[in-house]
Design a binder for this molecule. Structure first.
Ligand code: CTP
Length: 210
């Protein structure tokens, strides 16, 4: 099968030397790419900036902003059977990115932000993707209800939900503990390395419904 996986954070520039980003290390997405490749699949990994090595045998596309990730996903979807959108995409970006470094001035300043394109939300409705679609939901509270809502709104096959209020799992951690949220059932996966969790997610993503 052909997999498309997004990973890592995005960077949204404020000026030539500053940007908005988040704590995503990219480990979960890279582990997914490695696991899918290990299982013999063709893999395209579209990633924001990380410090990680690209798993062997994976086609790699480096991006920086949410807009670039949106365009890369749109342009590389042809022939994809399974899309797993794991990236921690910035939801907002500065409206204006100055071409010169901002100088210090007033005691308080306001940074105006606008929404970035919703890649997961565009997969079915804008890109017409008909393959298996897996999204991630990082929440600090009401993890399962929010994931169920996301599953429906973004027409995913399942959502990988994790609780980012815990520092031992999820964002920037080596281990994860997640629940796979399907339309009519939940599959809790015990705390494990991101590599092991990735293998379980790939297993579920490749099950063909009977
Ligand atoms: N995602 C995306 N494009 C964005 C934002 C998020 O593709 N611009 C994807 C992430 O890769 C992840 C999922 O959407 O798979 C996370 O959704 P999230 O942004 O948390 O959901 P929202 O429904 O936008 O709601 P909220 O931020 O309020 O939870």
């Amino acid at each position: 099968m052909k997999f498309l996986i997004t990973a890592g954070p995005t960077r949204e520039p404020i000026d030539p030397v500053r940007y908005l980003t988040n704590r995503s290390s990219g480990r979960m997405g890279y582990a997914l790419a490695g696991a899918a490749r290990h299982e013999g699949h063709e893999v395209v990994l579209i990633s924001g900036p990380t410090r990680l090595d690209v798993p062997a045998g994976v086609d790699f596309v480096q991006v920086e902003t949410a807009q670039q990730m949106y365009e890369a996903v749109r342009d590389l979807l042809r022939g994809v059977d399974v899309a797993i959108l794991c990236a921690a995409v910035a939801d907002y970006r500065p409206v204006v990115c100055g071409s010169q470094k901002m100088k210090k001035g007033a005691d308080r300043i306001v940074l105006e932000l606008e929404k970035t394109p919703d890649i997961l939300g565009s997969m079915r409705s804008v890109f017409g993707f008909t393959g298996k679609l897996v999204g991630f939901a990082a929440e600090t509270n009401d993890v399962i209800p929010y994931a169920q809502d996301k599953l429906q709104r973004k027409q995913c096959d399942f959502i990988v939900a994790n609780d980012v209020s815990r520092s031992d799992i999820g964002f920037d951690a080596r281990e994860n503990e997640v629940t796979l949220v399907f339309p009519h059932h939940l599959v809790p996966l015990e705390k494990d390395t991101k590599e092991q969790i990735a293998l379980r997610i790939i297993e579920h993503a490749t099950i063909v419904p009977s």
